[in-house]
Design a protein around this ligand. Structure first.
Ligand code: SAM
Length: 263
């Protein structure tokens, strides 16, 4: 009896929320975001090509097998999942890319717990990694508006806790600030890889991409996380892909939300 009651409560709760999301919620970015997330879950189960919003994701797909020989990377915490984490496959893809291209200097925008930072360090033991994070106390003072729902990633006890007590710690330099006002000039044209995973708001993705081009060395690689998960990332990357001649080579790595560009 209790199980039936719980099921009905769950069903009615979901119905109420979906009703809101599909009506009044369409005016709110976070509700549209939820709709998109729901869509990502259900779309593969519906074998109807017409139902796929092809025009939402205009960046051509590339297969990771074109980029990598085989999986020879090493991992820590690869099969964990949580809000703000790269998926297991994404972390494997990033680790293999690092392992394959052997960047000597990597810049990450958006440290969070440092799970990806740690795995990048593990796969490039000679690399120096600089990772930038917005301090919790600066949450209300960002130059531009961060996306709704991002505060949970900013507010944390310690940034980069995954690597703070790890042997790879010596490879990693933590820097703090708002990527819109942070001084990137000391890194001018020096980075072999930039991983953009800070704020997912449209303006921030555009800003962070401009800064990535400033600090990238010739032949360097930019990776963006969440192309298919956040509206702001999708819109910014679609716009860059279509309108910025430097970005025509961006590709969306199949099976992930990662976009990649080798300049
Ligand atoms: C989704 S998490 C990053 C996850 C991490 N890259 C990983 O793969 O595990 C986003 C991070 O970006 C940071 N962030 C958000 N807005 C930022 C800003 N304007 N400047 C710098 N960092 C920002 C947040 O504090 C948070 O740590």
């Amino acid at each position: 009896m209790k199980r039936l009651k719980d099921t009905i409560t769950l069903y009615l709760g979901a119905l109420r929320r979906i009703g809101f999301t599909m009506t009044l919620g369409l005016a709110q970015e976070d509700a549209r975001q939820r709709l998109l997330s729901l869509y990502q879950v259900y779309a593969p189960m519906i074998p109807d090509e017409d139902f796929t919003p092809q025009d939402l994701y205009i960046i051509p797909k590339t297969d990771i097998l074109e980029l990598l020989d085989n999986d020879s990377a090493i991992y820590e915490g690869v099969n964990e999942c949580g809000f703000g984490y790269t998926t297991e496959f994404e972390l494997k893809v990033i680790s293999n890319l690092v392992n394959h291209f052997k960047p000597k200097k990597i810049f990450e925008i958006g440290t969070f717990e440092g799970r990806t930072t740690l795995n990048m360090a593990l796969n490039a033991r000679k690399a120096e990694i600089v990772t930038l994070d917005l301090p919790s106390e600066e949450l209300a003072n960002t130059k531009m508006k961060i996306a709704v729902g991002e505060a949970r990633y900013v507010k944390k006890q310690r940034s980069g806790e995954r690597f703070l007590d790890h042997p790879v710690r010596s490879q990693i330099t933590q820097v703090y600030g708002d990527s819109a006002t942070f001084d990137f000039s000391p890194y001018h044209k020096s980075m072999d890889m930039v991983f953009i995973d800070g704020s997912h708001a449209y303006e921030y993705v555009l800003n962070d991409t401009r800064r990535a081009f400033d600090i990238l060395a010739p032949g360097g690689i930019i990776l963006w996380h969440d192309y298919t998960n956040w509206e702001g990332v999708r819109d910014a990357l679609n716009e860059l892909y279509q309108g910025d001649s430097r970005c025509h080579g961006i590709r969306h790595i199949g099976g992930t939300s990662i976009a990649i560009l080798q300049v």
